[in-house]
Ligand binder design. Structure first.
Ligand code: SF4
Length: 216
């Protein structure tokens, strides 16, 4: 990454962190994925239960391999190989009671709003309520100027690329474009826009912005 991109990341992330604070959420910036991973690991209390939500970002930075080795940490992972669909749904329910949830956000606006779109809804449900701490790892490629552009990014880029990754038989996996389908495998069913936290939950959500292109 050249020095101008680095400078942009630093300037823009500082503004977002300040706007998150105004919304009673925490934010911080790491210049690299490796730095972000180490800082997140240091935030996990010994013996915590950690809910792993679907995220190319957190997988890509190698978080889960290291996290599983932390003392006493138990990872709740509904994508664990060998789970039946019923067992996978049960893990999603268990995740709602975890000490910590770790995921990404599909987009973040310059004024600090978190915009997400889920297939089942467990990820946005846990972001909203349940786990005592929510850590969201967000590459600076997911920054959008405003709510409209954030929602467009999520619907017309993140969702369709995720459809390609999942290999589902849905129109966007064929064309790369959304046709607002009614498929039973539709991956975009539940919108969430987090505008902030009440005082009782102040600091519950921590957004770790990362100065790299991560995830979709
Ligand atoms: S509505 Fe259908 S076509 Fe559009 S992104 Fe969602 S799954 Fe793909």
């Amino acid at each position: 990454m050249d020095k101008n991109q680095i400078a942009w990341n630093e300037k823009v992330s500082a503004g977002i962190v300040e706007n998150l604070r105004r919304r009673r959420m925490e934010g911080s910036y790491a210049a690299s994925a490796a730095q972000a991973r180490d800082e997140i690991l240091s935030m996990i209390p010994a013996g915590a239960t950690v809910y792993r939500c679907a995220s190319m970002t957190t997988t890509g930075i190698g978080l889960w391999d290291t996290l599983a080795d932390l003392p006493g940490v138990k990872v709740i992972d509904h994508y664990r190989p060998g789970l039946s669909p019923q067992q996978s749904m049960e893990q999603r329910r268990l995740g709602m009671l975890a000490d910590v949830m770790i995921a990404s956000s599909n987009a973040i606006t310059l004024d600090g709003r978190l915009v997400n779109l889920d297939a089942v809804g467990n990820r946005v449900a846990a972001m909203t309520f349940g786990p005592k701490k929510v850590i969201l790892v967000v590459g600076m490629n997911k920054v959008a100027p405003d709510l409209d552009s954030a929602m467009a990014r999520v619907k017309h880029y993140a969702a369709t690329v995720n459809a390609l990754r999942a290999g589902y038989s849905i129109p966007c996996a064929e064309t790369g474009l959304c046709s607002d389908c009614g498929s039973p495998q539709r991956i975009c069913n539940v919108w969430s826009i987090i505008e902030g936290q009440m005082a009782i939950s102040e600091g519950r959500i921590h957004v770790k912005l990362v100065g790299e292109n991560l995830g979709y």
